[in-house]
Design a protein around this ligand. Structure first.
Ligand code: CA
Ligand code: CA
Ligand code: CA
Length: 194
């Protein structure tokens, strides 16, 4: 009689409580699963950011290594590598040779750079000419000659009205304009850029 009814009722209560507890637990798990999903997405996005940063740093490291060590046969000064040829060719040929080396005929941007070049003590082409417009000296990158120039006394004299290319004379701080078709050594410069 009653005992059985009571027993069933109390069994029912227990089941209801268990169901409620399970429902609550399910809801909590759902919420926590959503949180985990959000966290996962955030981590994923941070991972991409960090990977991109790592790749950028690797590039920077490679660049700095290059700045530290010029290729064999090239000498470093500042952020450039310099190549001094031993052969003798015309100004145009030397310009082409530097281009083939991924460089350009040396462009002298400062007294310090000229001082560095002095130590080679060679007659050599540099990347300066007035071939396009007489008297208007232009570097091979198209920029005009501004700031300090290091002409030998009496130069540039455009001797015979035909001297349009510039050489280092092998004497410190003494540029000279000469015939572009003369054959001599040349100096290439490769600027290490970002
Ligand atoms: Ca330079
Ligand atoms: Ca000239
Ligand atoms: Ca001259």
């Amino acid at each position: 009689g009653e005992e059985i009814v009571d027993g069933t009722a109390s069994h029912y209560d227990t089941l209801t409580k268990e169901r409620d507890a399970l429902t609550k637990e399910r809801d909590q798990l759902k919420a926590s699963s959503n949180n985990l999903m959000t966290e996962k997405n955030q981590l994923q996005s941070r991972y991409y950011t960090v990977s991109a940063r790592r790749d950028a740093l690797q590039l920077e490291v490679d660049r700095l290594k290059l700045v530290q060590n010029c290729p064999q046969g090239w000498e470093k000064f500042g952020c450039s590598c310099y190549y001094v040829s031993s052969a003798s060719i015309t100004w145009s040929e030397s310009r082409e040779d530097c281009a083939n080396k991924g460089a350009h005929l040396v462009i002298i941007n400062s007294r310090e750079e000229q001082a560095f070049l002095n130590k080679f003590a060679v007659r050599a082409w540099i990347g300066l000419s007035d071939r396009e417009d007489e008297g208007k000296w232009k570097w091979v990158d198209g920029s005009p000659l501004v700031g300090e120039a290091f002409w030998r006394k009496g130069e540039p004299n455009d001797h015979s009205g035909n001297e349009d290319c510039v050489e280092l004379t092998g004497v410190e701080y003494q540029w000279n304009d000469i015939l572009c078709t003369q054959r001599q050594s040349w100096i290439c410069e490769n600027v290490i850029t970002n």
